[in-house]
Design a protein around this ligand. Sequence first.
Ligand code: DGL
Length: 268
Amino acid sequence: MSEELPIGVFDSGVGGLTVVKEIQDRLPHESIIYLGDTARVPYGNKSPETIQEYAIEITRFLVKKKVKAVVVACNTATAYSLDRLRELFTIPLLGVIEPGVGAALEATRGGKIGIIGTVGTIQSQAYQKALLQAEPTLKIQALATPLLVPLVEEDWLDHPATDMILKEYLNRMIEEQIDTLVLGCTHYPLLKPRILSLVQDQIKLVDSAENMAIALEKTLRSHDLLNQSQALGKTQIYVTDFSPRFQVLAERFLKHPIGHLERISLES
Ligand code: DGL
């Protein structure tokens, strides 16, 4: 395995580009191969079996592209498939949940943690179990917030409707006086400013995309796989379905123009 190889990152669609953005900022010399499964998005309301099947197909694709590590950027896919992927593949595999849990444990002062995510992520209990395993006395409030992904994709980040829905979702957590909120979905980092304005400084936000990049750096370092080159890494984006909207969203998530974009079909 060579340090110059790219890192594979995948998600159900465009959302995982929030993770790519964090990796690019933190590890600018790394190249990235991103696969957005846009033909089959969303994953958030699909069964665990289906998500596992998709995740295996995509990891196989990335391994064939000769990546040195695979990052499961999608929270739902991490919740349902990371353990299975680790059984099947020998390459270093990282998911977004472990780093998010670690950061939440560090952030909490009063041991009251809220988690928001897709229906699948919340139902899987992956965050809840990992948090309680580390600290059984925690009080956890977990809530599926499925309206947030479409709002972000509509670019309604500053829209009054988004504030109204966020308030509706977060009221109970605020009443229960959580001190930390885990943003357990690829899209939610874009809502950070709105959420912060609602919760003021009473609640710390844990962004799993940001913590993923930190965890990736540690893993690459421990495997001697950090790219030592001083050249800027390249990012190649593959999708399973292409629509012009993808490019608009991708550039908004990445905050810069995308380079290589190609549609592929995954063989099972
Ligand atoms: N990427 C998904 C996640 O982080 C959100 C979008 C979807 O439902 O596919 O859970």
